[in-house]
Design a protein around this ligand. Structure first.
Ligand SMILES: [Fe+2]
Length: 353
């Protein structure tokens, strides 16, 4: 069902893109070639994707994403250039040259942007604490798309920030070949950390073994849904909906009935997706941390992400609760970021007088 809807969407989108491209070139195209070209692009896409995944050929797997991004940019640039041509009539070859140059610039920029990570600092205050706390949130590291070397650099940056506590809000592991012992580099992280799963831990055959040698990691899941960090700060975490595909009661349904929230404490809620925020606020959470959206990762893909999630990036006020949705620390799929950045989030929690 999922792949059928993806296939239909991709096919229709490619078909419209081919029509737009020919329209830009002032050429007529009959229905047969339109369907044929679209089918060809989709076939290449699925061969690259399934052969890449099944036979574990990474450049084919990655190539399928670049192809999808290329189709998207050809579509948007065809529309934009057609609009430009209303005022300045360019030769069809000139249109193609401009499009090719812009796509090249965007891909090169997107690559270098994806290769850099910045620290985003936010400050929040509360009257529930008597001393300041410094937290760090990392999310969507996507080890697999990203390397272990990248993780080492992230750990160095976290140590330089010097937090009291680190939150890892899912989609950390994205590689079914990764071995638990390879994550021993997490021991270099000086601050303790809480971890919750995201959707990609599910695809990567994640097991508890991954963090068993990392003494700084506490996993929050259906066995331990909350944990006291200090007598003033309590951390809650919900794991990815592990039962959804089996039509069992999901973690989301049982979660809030099985935790106990002391509203005199500063309560932090970790949820990979920026969802359940209203319920979290009603239950007495003070801060919710999410990721997953990547802020769309590649412009203008955020349009689709925004259609799915209301709070796709930044700090939001949800009643008395603050919600921060990060754009993520790493990338997934094509190694590109356009209109968004990799970030490590530094959260300074200041006592309110
Ligand atoms: Fe995710």
């Amino acid at each position: 069902m999922f792949f059928t809807s993806i296939s239909v969407t991709f096919y229709v989108f490619t078909l419209i893109t081919v029509v737009m491209l020919f329209w830009l070139l002032d050429k007529r195209i009959g229905p047969k070639p339109v369907f044929g070209y679209s089918l060809l692009v989709m076939t290449v896409f699925f061969i690259m994707m399934f052969a890449g995944r099944g036979l574990d050929i990474k450049f084919l797997w990655n190539g399928s994403f670049y192809l999808a991004v290329l189709v998207m940019y050809v579509f948007f640039l065809s529309v934009a250039l057609k609009f430009v041509n209303l005022f300045f009539h360019l030769h069809p070859r000139m249109n193609i040259a401009v499009m090719a140059a812009l796509i090249l610039i965007v891909f090169v920029y997107g690559f270098f942007n994806a290769a850099s990570t910045s620290v985003k600092r936010i400050e929040i205050s509360s009257d529930k604490i008597s001393r300041p706390y410094r937290f760090v949130q990392i999310s969507d590291v996507h080890l697999g798309t990203e390397s272990l070397h990248f993780l080492e650099k992230v750990i160095e940056r976290i140590n330089a920030i010097g937090p009291d506590l680190v939150f890892i809000t899912g989609d950390f592991i994205d590689d079914h070949k990764l071995k638990p012992e390879e994550l021993k580099i997490m021991r270099d992280m000086k601050a303790p950390a809480y971890f919750i799963t995201g959707n990609h831990e599910r695809y990567s055959n994640y097991t508890d073994d991954f963090f068993k040698d990392c003494n700084v990691i506490k996993v929050l899941d259906h066995r331990r849904r909350q944990d006291r960090f200090t007598d003033k700060v309590e951390v809650f975490g919900i794991e990815w909906n592990r039962n959804n595909f089996m039509n069992k009661r999901s973690e989301q349904e049982v979660y809030f009935d099985s935790i106990s929230v002391d509203t005199t404490k500063f309560n932090i809620f970790l949820n990979h997706e920026p969802e359940l925020y209203d319920r979290a606020e009603q239950e007495g959470m003070d801060l919710m941390l999410s990721g997953h959206t990547h802020r769309g990762q590649i412009f203008p893909f955020w349009l689709f992400v925004r259609a799915r999630y209301k709070y796709i990036y930044g700090l939001y006020d949800i009643g008395r609760m603050k919600l921060y949705t990060t754009s993520g620390t790493g990338v997934w799929g094509p190694f590109m970021r356009v209109g968004s950045s990799n970030e490590i989030v530094e959260i300074d929690l200041i006592p309110e007088k």
